[in-house]
Design a protein around this ligand. Structure first.
Ligand code: FES
Length: 191
């Protein structure tokens, strides 16, 4: 397999063609925070928390590192002011929905004390809509017992009613849900 060499935060790293910038950063030992990425799942590109800045000549662009392919000669910056600003915005958007779990630590790390999007009507769902439980059930367990329902601000994850018998024995996605939504959801459905 052909290799490509890129530079991430000043470190040169070579990876096989087809690997993502996130894969290359892991190999280089450069941490990039993620919310919807999991080693066992196909990259999803949903949360945008893994955004990095790529530089080619005079042009700079923001890309989601988990789905952007590593390319020869690419220069990547993982912690610029623009990148940090985007991560702070994502934290603010999600914090009212999932105030515990990984977001609390990320908020502390990025200096987000409170969210501008908090409102009295907004109840925490403990879900960041990362979709890991949906994809894990579909891609790994191959059961499709969890799915997205609703749209926009009403979007949520739900169990497929006819799949609950299977869920009683499986429960593999419990460990995957860092925001704490899935165990609560399973309790609501008594599985
Ligand atoms: S981890 Fe890349 S978009 Fe979520």
């Amino acid at each position: 397999m052909q290799k490509v060499t890129l530079e991430i935060d000043g470190l040169k790293v070579s990876v096989e063609e087809g690997k993502s910038v996130l894969d290359a950063a892991k190999k280089a030992g450069v941490p990039i925070p993620t919310l919807c990425y999991h080693d066992e799942l196909e990259p999803f590109g949903a949360c945008r928390f893994c955004m990095v800045e790529i530089i080619r000549g005079n042009r700079k662009r923001l890309v989601a590192s988990c789905v952007y392919p590593a390319e020869d000669g690419l220069v990547v910056r993982t912690n610029t002011d623009r990148v940090k600003e985007i991560r702070r915005m994502i934290i603010e958007l999600l914090l009212p929905l999932a105030p515990a779990g990984p977001l609390r630590e990320l908020a502390r790390r990025y200096g987000v004390k409170r969210s501008r999007f908090e409102s009295e009507d907004m109840q925490p769902t403990h879900c960041t809509l990362c979709g890991m439980c949906v994809r894990y059930c579909s891609e790994v367990v191959k059961y499709d017992a969890v799915s997205f329902v609703g749209r926009g601000v009403s979007k949520a994850v739900a169990l497929t009613p006819e799949a609950q018998d299977q869920c009683v024995f499986c429960r593999k996605c419990y460990t995957i849900c860092e925001a704490g939504r899935f165990p609560m959801l399973a309790e609501e459905y008594s599985v």
